[in-house]
Design a protein around this ligand. Structure first.
Ligand SMILES: *Cc1c(COP(=O)(O)O)cnc(C)c1O
Length: 397
């Protein structure tokens, strides 16, 4: 069991704020500042370059990968950190396409996050082998898994609506058709139990700055199924993915297993921040987290629907079919969210009309949910959002 009052006490939450945006950027764990200061002062400051060995910096991508691996059901030694999620998607896709040389279709859906689709487009151009990206409606994915498909590339939990794909079933369908499956876990890792090994995923990737609370710019992770890890060909063949980086060979030889998915120098300070956050995650039981997430999302939907008839639920009503966020549609959603933020309830907005609320049980409780729904109810009832000041769009929405 996990004591969620205890985990909440481990986070710094700004005064007077109800934070429902941990699906975009997780809040600061209280231990992070001291952990960062230690890395900066005692490791970088005192050890200088010897920190790579003495402080174990070089081994961190793999060690932290295993700790994330527990949260996503990965086999030990199959998950590694580095770069950004966009880059990890590119790596996974390049490797998977090479494993299906006689097929040309990458199947994805319109609920995927644009960067995944953009990275696929860029890779297709670079390869110049006539691959095609086919993007269908989320509910039609299963019908489009044909023997032309090389790779099924999906995000498990839709970033806008929170709709959750059936990962094991779609992976099985892909395999039955001779295709491979890549899963983006951006809104899954730390949001709900994931079982990449049990579900048969070939590749998976995710970020650490959302539910995993590693801070802005936290490194991404990539999972490669052990059955592929020693044979995949890394498209981004950087020196730290080499079998022996410090031999400084002129020719590239891929490293053992998932090590080959490393590219260049790892972000040590960001990994130190992630380490502080994983100290909390190590104590979390994902089944308990999921139970609590469902209770809180159900409560939020009920409270908001009771007060705000003008908001339309955009998330699936069945909790089994959604992640740990709740979204509502409202034509003036951007202004409404700004009005809400001005009143201390932080969610965010995704064009054209989605108001998103991330509900992370580690630091969000029932009281927060009731209070947030009350404030939202007030904003909607009084049309407090109907003010030009709330319509001015910032660069990040
Ligand atoms: C947040 C998110 C990303 C972001 O990718 P970065 O390279 O880390 O900026 C990618 N995919 C999905 C599904 C996301 O939600």
């Amino acid at each position: 069991m996990t004591d969620f009052d205890a985990t909440r006490a481990l986070f710094h939450l700004p005064d007077g704020v109800i934070y429902l945006d941990g699906n975009s950027l997780g809040p600061l764990p209280r231990a992070t500042s001291a952990r960062l200061a230690r890395t900066v002062e005692q490791e970088w400051g005192e050890m200088v370059i010897t920190g790579w060995n003495r402080a174990g910096w070089m081994a961190m991508p793999r060690a932290l990968g295993d700790r994330i691996g527990r949260l996503i059901g990965a086999e030990p030694g199959s998950t590694i950190l580095g770069d950004t999620l966009s880059i990890k998607i590119y790596q996974a896709l390049a490797a998977a396409l090479q494993m299906r040389p006689d097929r040309r279709v990458i199947l994805s859906d319109s609920g995927n996050f644009p960067t995944d689709l953009y990275m696929a487009e860029g890779l297709i151009e670079t390869l110049g082998q006539g691959h095609r990206l086919v993007t269908v409606a989320p509910e039609e994915v299963a019908d489009h898994i044909t023997e032309e498909v090389a790779v099924l590339m999906l995000t498990e939990v839709d970033y806008r609506t929170g709709r959750r794909h059936d990962m094991p079933a779609l992976t099985r369908a892909a395999h039955d058709a001779g295709a491979l499956a890549i899963w983006d876990l951006a809104h899954s890792a730390g949001a709900l139990p994931v079982d990449v090994a049990g579900g048969g995923a070939d590749f998976a990737a995710g970020c650490t700055y959302k539910y995993l609370n590693a801070g802005p710019g936290g490194p991404a992770f990539i999972y490669v199924a052990p059955r592929h890890a020693d044979t995949v060909r890394p498209a981004l063949s950087g020196w730290l993915g080499h079998a022996a980086p410090f031999d400084f060979d002129l020719a590239y030889r891929p490293g053992a297993g998932v090590e080959r998915m490393r590219v260049g120098t790892p972000p040590v300070l960001q990994m130190a921040a992630l380490e502080a956050s994983l100290d909390i995650w190590d104590r979390v039981d994902m089944t308990a987290l999921r139970r609590r997430s469902i209770a809180l999302t159900e409560l939020f939907i009920a409270e908001v629907e009771a007060r705000c008839p003008m908001l339309a639920l955009a998330s699936p009503r069945d909790p089994e079919r959604r992640g740990s966020q709740v979204s509502f549609r409202f034509a003036e959603g951007y202004a409404a969210m700004q009005a809400l933020i001005a009143r201390g309830v932080i969610g965010d907005f995704r064009a054209p009309d989605i108001m998103r609320f991330g509900i992370a049980p580690l630091y969000v409780g029932e009281e927060d949910i009731r209070r947030a729904a009350e404030i939202l109810g007030h904003v909607m009832e009084t049309r407090a959002w109907d003010d030009p000041a709330y319509r001015a769009r910032a660069a990040v929405t």
